[in-house]
Write a protein that binds this ligand. Structure first.
Ligand code: ADP
Ligand code: MG
Length: 596
């Protein structure tokens, strides 16, 4: 099954063949212009590759990448011309400076929504654009920096053709590095950064860190591209970086396909080659562009690369036989050390609403506790407080021996708390197995650098994680769906995927929010068995549930909430046989129409 995931990434020889093909073309044609155009395309590809990582995958819309590109180019040119540094010194300096500028640009992204942030990056681009002419001492104003030398390799100065080859090799390595990152825990979390930040925090990732990493890598690639721009053009002026360059890069990424591995490549090729082919049809160009953009939006909203990927997937699915991804027989799951939970006199208000008042719970390690109550009684809020999504207004929560008051969701996930959500939160751009693997985010140790370079240690860890995720998928009975897109899985099964994702993190405390909602009777039986088995692994479980029979079967103790207060707590027999409690509870449930 590891092999199948690797195959889905496309084999390395195919990429090599592509590079050789594209690489030889300009050399065969021997036209200066073709070579110049090819180099330019490869440089812009590097920028688009980084921007796709940040904006396509991470959802952080940047309208400032043209400026980052300019910073890289000027930094390299200044180092090489004014300070006589070699290419090999100038390149890392330029990349580091650009990455630093990217980190600065990231700062407002921690506070602002996507579109406000996009505006800020636009402002950043304009400021940098202005500085290129204003900081005359440094940038030589409109005259620019003249006479950037070509890189010297072993005493030999590269020709334009050799530079092109060198650049293609760099593009291939950058592409493979980004590909490795995308298929790692970093890429999976990055995909959830924008629409699923609640989920990403819930598996123990730090949003600040993820964003910062994405900005630094993305800006670093723009810096690398800028460095090549300097040695390619040999003269760098502000005219090389017009104000709409940033918009143009974003368009390339959208056209190619946001969050599609080949989007940057497809987008750059189309954006550059089509206008050249259309030179004769110059007057019609806008019409052709407009029509193709419309067709794209209608038929391939995920960009050209996305459209092609979908087609390929459909054809493969049609050809594929029965699923062969049978996990290893007799795979056993690890025992889990359950944690004690102590909730003392906790309260929470939302504006004028007292969602919880003076709520206390005490759970032994490895026990199953149920929470029941009418809609709006505060059940989900209680789970949100325990897992750190909201700060508590008063009281105390201890998990194991840690007081977790004031700790955020990422921290609490890292000490072993996992949960499912009342409305399942799966990343639809990932398949089922990858969604489950996301649950192991905080346990993975390989560094981003070793992942990007595809080092054996990182590969081994990834393969082991994948095998483990597969075992948990088998545990919940969904291993046959491992490679289906998560969005195509029926609602009831999405809850099971969430449970597998939670279990991969080997939680000492597991919180299940209405896992049985919308399940058929058969599925309900399956769920009961599953929760039994989970409890027998050793983890402490809290289950929010309306089915009293299920609760009576599963839970050692139960708490009834009503209007944010505890109505009763005790063993299911005691609570469910207390007529005054049940009268109050059933009365409310009848008003809810018995619905969850
Ligand atoms: P339950 O899960 O038992 O149906 P909830 O915990 O979701 O109930 O909600 C309890 C009360 O708190 C409700 O009145 C709900 O409207 C309110 N509430 C929950 N979350 C928020 C929030 N983020 N902002 C404002 N009010 C909220
Ligand atoms: Mg709820």
């Amino acid at each position: 099954m590891v092999a199948s995931a690797l195959q889905r990434r496309g084999p390395l020889p195919a990429y090599l063949a592509f590079v050789v093909l594209v690489g030889t073309l300009p050399l065969l044609v021997r036209g200066e212009f073709v070579l110049f155009l090819g180099t330019q395309i490869a440089i812009y590809f590097l920028v688009a590759l980084g921007l796709n990582l940040l904006s396509g995958y991470g959802g952080q819309i940047s309208l400032g990448h043209g400026a980052l590109f300019a910073i890289g180019a000027y930094a390299a040119a200044i180092c090489m011309v004014d300070h006589k540094l070699s290419f090999w010194l100038a390149a890392p300096i330029a990349i580091a400076l650009t990455a630093g500028a990217g980190a600065l640009m990231a700062l407002p992204a921690f506070r602002l929504s996507t579109w406000y942030f996009a505006l800020i990056t636009l402002g950043f681009a304009n400021v940098i654009g202005g500085l290129l002419t204003e900081l005359r001492e440094l940038t030589h104003g409109f005259a620019g920096i003249v006479g950037v030398p070509k890189p010297v390799v072993f005493g030999h100065t590269l020709s334009q053709g050799q530079l092109y080859w060198f650049l293609l090799a760099v593009c291939l390595l950058a592409f493979l590095g980004v590909r490795n990152l995308i298929h790692s825990r970093f890429g999976r979390a990055l995909l959830g950064l924008h629409d699923h930040s609640v989920l990403v925090r819930g598996v123990g990732a730090s949003l600040v860190r993820l964003k910062m990493q994405a900005f630094v890598i993305s800006a670093g690639l723009a810096g690398l591209a800028g460095t090549f721009m300097a040695v390619h053009k040999t003269v760098i002026t502000p005219d090389d970086f017009p104000t709409d360059l940033s918009t143009f890069f974003l368009l390339v990424v959208v056209l190619g396909g946001m969050a599609r591995l080949h989007g940057a490549l497809v987008g750059t090729l189309i954006f550059f080659i089509v206008p050249e082919l259309l030179a004769e049809l110059h007057d019609w160009r806008l019409l052709i562009y407009g029509t193709s953009l419309l067709l794209l939006i209608l038929f391939a909203p995920s960009g050209v690369a996305g459209g092609i990927e979908n087609l390929v997937r459909k054809r493969r699915a049609a050809r594929a036989g029965p699923v062969t991804d049978e996990p290893a027989a007799g795979a056993s799951l690890h025992a889990i050390q359950g944690a004690a939970l102590e909730v003392s006199a906790v309260s929470k208000r939302f504006g004028g609403i007292a969602a919880l008042s003076d709520v206390s719970l005490s759970l032994q390690p490895g026990s199953v506790h149920a929470i029941v109550g009418p809609n709006g009684s505060g059940k989900t809020t209680l789970l949100n407080l325990i897992s750190g999504y909201y700060p508590i207004d008063g009281g105390r929560i201890t998990i194991g021996d840690q007081d977790v008051a004031g700790r955020d969701a990422g921290h609490i996930a890292r000490i072993g708390v996992r949960r499912t959500f009342q409305t399942p939160k799966l990343i639809h751009d990932l398949d089922v197995l990858e969604n489950v693997m996301l649950g192991a985010f905080s346990d993975e140790k390989s560094s981003l650098a070793s992942i990007a370079c595809g080092l054996p240690g990182a590969r081994r860890e990834a393969a082991a994680r994948q095998a483990e995720a597969m075992r948990y998928l088998q545990f919940v009975g969904l291993h046959k769906r491992a490679h289906d897109p998560a969005g195509e899985v029926p609602h009831g099964q999405q809850r099971l995927v969430e449970i597998a994702r939670a279990l991969v993190g080997r939680p000492s405390l597991l919180l299940l929010d209405e896992p049985a909602a919308g399940l058929s009777l058969d599925e309900l039986d399956g769920l009961a068995r599953l929760v039994h088995e989970i409890a027998s692994l050793g983890t402490t479980v809290i289950i929010v549930e309306h089915h009293l029979e299920l609760v009576a079967n599963l839970a050692r103790s139960v708490t009834v909430l009503d209007g944010g207060r505890i109505l009763a707590t005790g063993t299911p027999e005691a609570v469910f046989n207390d007529e005054s409690v049940m009268a109050a509870y059933m009365g409310k449930r009848a008003l809810d129409g018995g619905k969850s």
